[in-house]
Write a new protein. Structure first.
Length: 181
């Protein structure tokens, strides 16, 4: 298994790593590797790649278990192609496993507005307590995400004010998750 693929197991909590390692063996060699960011999930430090560069046409989904497919969907939200990120986000945004929030929330701090609409539209289906717990465990991550929303709005969508930019709508919802108990 390529070293880059074996590192993917660390994108999930320890209790998932054996299953993710089996998935990683089935993945093709990536074209490039990327750095990662770290967050807490269930008191484990996980290292999620900023981007992955696997050729999605070479991935055999038929050989994957349901949970392996879900792990793959999470990982593909980190793909370099925004269309691949969006397609896989749609598969996980309404799922409520503890390893999903960092993959969804990382996309809030990115610039593809179509992806932000998918997240906004999925907010009514997510487990608010699950996301609340993740955000409270990762305040620096959330602060950085909010800063990125401000920056990307100013850079890519300056014609939209703070009240009409979907990124701020999502941030406001997430802040309500934190304050509601």
């Amino acid at each position: 298994m390529p070293q880059a693929n074996s590192e993917l197991a660390f994108a999930f909590p320890g209790y998932c790593r054996d299953e993710v390692a089996r998935l990683a063996v089935a993945l093709p060699q990536p074209d490039l590797t990327s750095d990662s960011f770290s967050v807490f999930v269930d008191e484990d430090v996980v290292r999620i790649p900023r981007r992955i560069y696997h050729d999605v046409n070479l991935i055999d989904r038929a050989s994957l278990s349901n949970v392996q497919a879900e792990f793959l969907d999470c990982l593909l939200t980190r793909h370099y192609d925004g269309y691949v990120r969006e397609e896989n986000l749609r598969k996980i945004v309404a799922r409520n496993h503890r390893w999903i929030p960092p993959f969804v929330l990382q996309l809030v701090g990115e610039y593809v507005i179509e992806i932000l609409f998918v997240i906004r539209d999925g907010l009514g289906q997510i487990d608010q307590e699950l996301y609340r717990s993740f955000l409270l465990s990762n305040p620096q991550f959330f602060q950085l995400t909010k800063q990125r929303v401000v920056s990307y709005r100013a850079c890519y969508y300056p014609h939209l004010n703070k009240h009409s930019y979907v990124g701020f709508e999502i941030i406001n919802s997430l802040e309500r998750f934190i304050s509601n108990r």
